[in-house]
Design a binder for this molecule. Structure first.
Ligand SMILES: Nc1ncnc2c1ncn2[C@@H]1O[C@H](COP(=O)(O)OP(=O)(O)OP(=O)(O)O)[C@@H](O)[C@H]1O
Ligand SMILES: [Mg+2]
Length: 121
């Protein structure tokens, strides 16, 4: 099992949710987060700012509001999950998001106490 952790734009939540449902991955967790990537977006938005101001823009660690979604899938669905998230979120601009894939050692459905891969659905 793999845990897919994706940090995406807030504006892409709806599309991402729909896309995951469409490919048969409707179960996931979403949470509001603050984060920062490589900062290229800051530079792009800086436009014609004076050099001394540019320095401020790049050095101040401003955090952006994002959404983090996590979903646990069977190993054979990892590529599908990652590709679906990319398809829904890729605009080609800085800040499109980041996806991490982690190994997961267990899953338990609390209602029944059952464990194993089939509790993911
Ligand atoms: N190495 C990282 N570790 C943890 N979180 C990260 C990491 N890189 C990015 N993030 C999270 O992902 C969010 C989106 O990152 P972002 O899309 O800006 O990635 P990037 O690597 O800067 O790529 P780009 O050049 O396209 O902007 C960040 O706001 C941050 O929350
Ligand atoms: Mg970035």
């Amino acid at each position: 099992m793999k845990l897919i952790l994706a940090i995406i734009r807030i504006s892409k939540m709806g599309e991402t949710k729909e896309a995951l449902s469409e490919v048969g991955l409707p179960s996931f967790t979403a949470m509001p987060v603050l984060g920062r990537g490589n900062g290229h977006g800051d530079m792009e938005r800086a436009g014609d700012a004076a050099p001394e101001y540019l320095e401020l823009i790049t050095e101040v660690p401003r955090l952006k509001s994002k959404r983090m979604i996590t979903l646990v899938v069977t190993d054979d669905k990892k590529e599908l999950a990652v590709e679906t998230i990319i398809k829904a979120n890729q605009s080609g601009k800085s800040g499109d998001g980041k996806i991490f894939v982690l190994n997961t050692v267990g899953s338990v459905r609390v209602r029944t106490g059952e464990s194993g891969e089939y509790t993911l659905d």
